[in-house]
Design a protein around this ligand. Structure first.
Ligand code: SF4
Ligand code: SF4
Length: 142
């Protein structure tokens, strides 16, 4: 797709993290950066390239050690499961896509399928993410 704006590199599972975001995070710098990316991607629908490696959000995370997340094995598995669902439900090209296209696909996924991806995440027990998976208005522009 030809767009003038460079796509934002985004880990696939961060599409889910945006849904239940309540301003909490690992550090002040992390939250400020997360809010910036959240605004561009989730609220303003800036183009993204969906990946399974550290992204624009990880860049300011205290858990990023050198080139990998401290929990890389676990989070990569989240990414791969989200990518699998995106492809299964109709989004084959993950490069330079609009977030609204990705969320339109994720809307077709059962909340229980999303829960099963996130169950081992430390934030899951707080309930915000789980609740967001059941919201009907997952994507405002979708
Ligand atoms: S449970 Fe964790 S991985 Fe899942 S959406 Fe929430 S913060 Fe993201
Ligand atoms: S915990 Fe890992 S995957 Fe999540 S934002 Fe931090 S570095 Fe990225």
């Amino acid at each position: 797709m030809n767009r003038t704006k460079m796509p934002i590199i985004l880990r696939a599972h961060h599409l889910l993290c945006f849904l239940g975001f309540k301003g909490a995070g690992y550090s002040k710098e992390f939250v400020e950066n997360f809010e910036r990316v959240y605004k561009s991607v989730y609220l303003e629908n800036a183009p993204i390239t969906i990946v399974s490696f550290p992204d624009e959000i990880c860049r300011c995370c205290p858990n990023l050690a050198a080139t990998e997340c401290r929990f890389e094995g676990k989070v990569k598995m989240y990414d791969e499961k989200v990518v699998e669902l995106l492809k299964l439900y109709g989004l084959s090209d993950l490069e330079d896509v609009l977030p609204s296209e990705a969320y339109n696909v994720l809307k077709k996924v059962l909340p229980q399928q999303l829960e099963s991806i996130c169950r081992t995440c430390e934030w899951f027990t707080l309930g915000f993410c789980r609740e967001s998976f059941y919201r009907k208005d997952l994507w405002k522009n979708g």
